[in-house]
Design a protein around this ligand. Structure first.
Ligand code: GLA
Length: 732
């Protein structure tokens, strides 16, 4: 396992438990990609072919060898300038605006452990995850452009046990004149052949991460976000899978971006049927000047490969995110069951109302009350108050400290909603510091939810908001915050002097700086990320917030689909999911309390309703749901996750959490459709130990694993919409 280097041939081989990745410096100093796939020994140079092809240029030193062209050879770090007409990762303009470069191999070095990136999130290995992170290594390959004095360090981190490879690029200027990065992406994968499907995750507010699978034909498939966040519209992750791949069959590749700002992902099939998949920063509004001596880091991309279908690929990403991206005290702990005030009362609450909610929550067995939007400044609606992070004691009828003490006194923890990156024009903060908001001088800004973005590319702005919010945190026993972000960025402009092409990247650095301070100074605080639900659900945020509110849509049926899409890259322990009241606030649909809980238990479980409005019967049902959640919390949060259906196509949504020791499985099924004289749906289980038997805990019936995995478990045919079922199987 680990990284092997053949110094003589400059052949670099990255081995994980089940995968091999290989690249090679050729005779002209270009770094060519040779192989990524199932674990193997040997030199895969034979996979590269050389042909004289019209209109594909040849490097000058090839001296008439027209069979060598960067226009079709697979590469590690394509850039504009060497005759490659496909999508590239790097575009550099010199001080006269000429876009060109020529990067050749200069050196390499091997390091123990997983590399980190200054001021950006990255996969990490330390004492707390040394088991799954064993034998982590980093390879750095340096390329150089002699004319521009541009140096590029390609970082490859290997997590052998989890079949994960991480990549990032450090670009530096060792010359005497400046140049500008106009595109600077993190990673690509070149394929010399293959019939593939692209899987991406599109969406919108209240309907995030819908899985879309499409055949890769000629042309370029592009996903991305120019919104300053990773966005509801596309998740910053892509899969490329065999056209025939299923959950448990076929070659599958994936890339996930460890970054919370704009991104671009592209999959291009070229004239010779080569395919390139690449991911990194969006190049729109990127023009990042590098002065002599300066450096720029691209954010990290996490990659994985599975030769056995999508389930394993997802499990690789889920484990990596859960153990090597998420950090802190809460990483491995079951999260408290919360009751959130938002759908219970929106802005319309008082301290007494919150105390009443807390009483109701305690009676249900809930462990934490979260006071959502509306507790600060003049915030009684969404037109004002953002930026004024001082407690509205008049509304609460007491200090925050007193309120929290009262709620803690009942045995409940207390959490708070914040939206630190925003300001309303109608706020004291904006009146005092209008230049802290991002607006273009001389123009009216585009408003979103009536608010403006604070310029987090400026340290003084981050400092001021950090100080204001930490004052609130210090004033009471606050054990959780929900960090929200409720509009997209537009009118990119900093009144602090940065050029426009730098602002979006530096903005994200400012966001991470703030979150890092919170993590460092409040190590016990549980932070849940949020952006109007799941508008910033990415591995970058998970580095600071081990869970993220999955969607503002709490409708169980839509949620089953949203959580399905989310599961391709992210662990269950990261998906904020609550049971809310019916008819649902976002869809008007009515679904049974049981089904709502089955779905919410596919994430960090909680409630978002007013207990006073529940019947005695419903209360009793909720008490038993909370008990059940505790019983299965470990399996839900740390088990291997299997998707058992495709809820966009099938009549059921079904998933399984399976303990790594093979001893138990929790199967959840929601019926999405009902018909007359209904045909039976069978749920084929996955991962069970072959030739073993499993007992259904509820009925005592014993089932052979082989039949459960081959034919499946028949889902009962019952009258009524949206029935749901759960089975807990224990190995006998
Ligand atoms: C966003 C969040 C909601 C809620 C509101 C408050 O939309 O996603 O859950 O916190 O903001 O304004």
């Amino acid at each position: 396992m680990g990284i092997q280097i053949n110094e003589e041939n400059l052949l670099f081989t990255l081995n994980t438990k089940r995968t091999t990745y290989q690249m090679h410096v050729d005779r002209y100093g270009y770094l060519l990609h040779q192989y990524y796939g199932r674990r193997t020994e040997g030199n895969m140079h034979f996979l590269l072919t050389f042909q004289d092809r019209g209109f594909s240029g040849n490097p000058y030193e090839a001296e008439g060898d027209r069979t060598y062209s960067m226009d079709f050879l697979p590469q590690e770090y394509p850039y504009l300038g060497n005759g490659d007409y496909r999508r590239v990762l790097l575009k550099v303009a010199d001080d006269l605006g000429t876009i060109d470069c020529d990067l050749r191999y200069e050196s390499h070095r091997l390091e123990d452990g997983m590399f980190s990136i200054p001021n950006l999130p990255a996969v990490y290995v330390d004492d707390t995850n040394a088991d799954t992170g064993a034998n982590a290594q980093t390879l750095v390959i340096t390329l150089k452009d002699d004319l521009l004095k541009l140096r590029v360090d390609l970082y490859y981190g290997v997590l052998p046990k989890l079949d994960i490879i991480t990549r990032a690029v450090r670009i530096s200027n060792s010359g005497k004149t400046s140049f500008t990065l106009e595109k600077a992406q993190s990673a690509c994968l070149d394929f010399v052949t293959g019939d593939y499907d692209a899987i991406t995750f599109y969406g919108r507010h209240c309907m995030e991460r819908n899985m879309q699978r499409q055949h890769v034909g000629h042309g370029t498939l592009t996903i991305g976000s120019t919104r300053g966040t990773s966005s509801h519209q596309y998740n910053p992750a892509m899969l490329l899978v065999d056209h025939m791949a299923t959950e448990d069959y076929g070659h599958c590749y994936g890339m996930s971006f460890v970054y919370s700002g704009g991104f671009k992902g592209e999959i291009e099939k070229d004239q010779y049927n080569n395919i390139r998949m690449q991911l990194g920063l969006h190049d729109e509004l990127l023009a990042y000047p590098l002065e002599p001596g300066q450096e720029f880091w691209t954010p990290q991309v996490v990659m994985s490969y599975s030769s056995k279908g999508m389930a394993r690929l997802s499990q690789n990403f889920q484990r990596c995110a859960r153990r090597h991206i998420c950090r802190g005290k809460w990483r491995d702990l079951p999260r408290p069951v919360v009751l959130n005030s938002w759908e219970a009362c929106y802005f319309d609450f008082s301290g007494d109302k919150l105390v009443e909610l807390a009483k109701g929550a305690r009676d249900l067995g809930v462990e934490m009350l979260v006071m959502d939007d509306g507790w600060f400044g003049a915030r009684n609606d969404d037109y004002r108050g953002l930026g004024d992070w001082y407690v509205n004691e008049k509304k609460l009828g007491r200090s925050l400290g007193d309120l929290v003490n009262e709620i803690n006194g009942m045995g409940l923890k207390f959490g708070l909603w914040v939206e630190p990156e925003m300001v309303n024009e109608d706020s004291d903060l904006y009146r005092k510091h209008p230049d802290w908001a991002m607006t273009i001088p001389g123009r009216h800004p585009v408003l979103g939810r009536n608010q403006l973005i604070l310029d987090f590319s400026r340290k003084e702005v981050v400092d001021a908001i950090y100080n204001a919010i930490s004052k609130v945190l210090d004033s009471a026993n606050i054990e959780y915050i929900k960090w929200d972000f409720n509009r997209s960025i537009f009118n990119v402009y900093s009144h602090g002097g940065l050029s426009q092409g730098q602002v979006l990247y530096n903005y994200v650095l400012g966001l991470y700086d703030f979150l890092e301070r919170l993590n460092r100074n409040y190590p016990d605080l549980l932070i849940e990320g949020c952006s109007g639900g799941g508008g910033r659900f990415d591995m970058g945020m998970l580095y600071y917030t081990p869970q993220i509110w999955c969607s503002d849509n709490t409708d169980a049926i839509d949620r089953a689909r949203i959580q399905y899409g989310t599961s391709f890259m992210y662990p269950v322990s990261s998906m904020g999911a609550h049971v809310s009241a019916v008819p649902n606030e976002q869809t008007g649909r009515t679904v049974s309390l049981n089904t709502r809980a089955v779905v919410a238990m596919g994430g960090t479980f909680g409630y978002e309703l007013d207990p006073a409005k529940l019947s005695e019967e419903e209360k009793e049902q909720i008490r038993s749901q909370v008990r059940e959640y505790h019983k299965y919390a470990d399996l839900i949060n740390h088990g291997l996750y299997y998707r058992l259906s495709n809820p966009h196509e099938d009549e059921i949504a079904a998933w399984e959490m399976f303990s790594e020791d093979g001893k138990e499985a929790l199967i959840s099924v929601v019926c999405l459709a009902v018909h007359g004289n209904m045909t039976v749906n069978y749920v084929r289980l996955r991962g069970l130990k072959k030739d073993c038997f499993y007992r259904d805990e509820a009925t005592g019936v014993v089932y052979p694993a082989n039949a459960l995995m081959q034919i499946g478990l028949p889902v009962p045919v019952e009258m009524g919409e949206y029935q749901s079922y759960r089975w807990h199987f224990v190995k006998v």
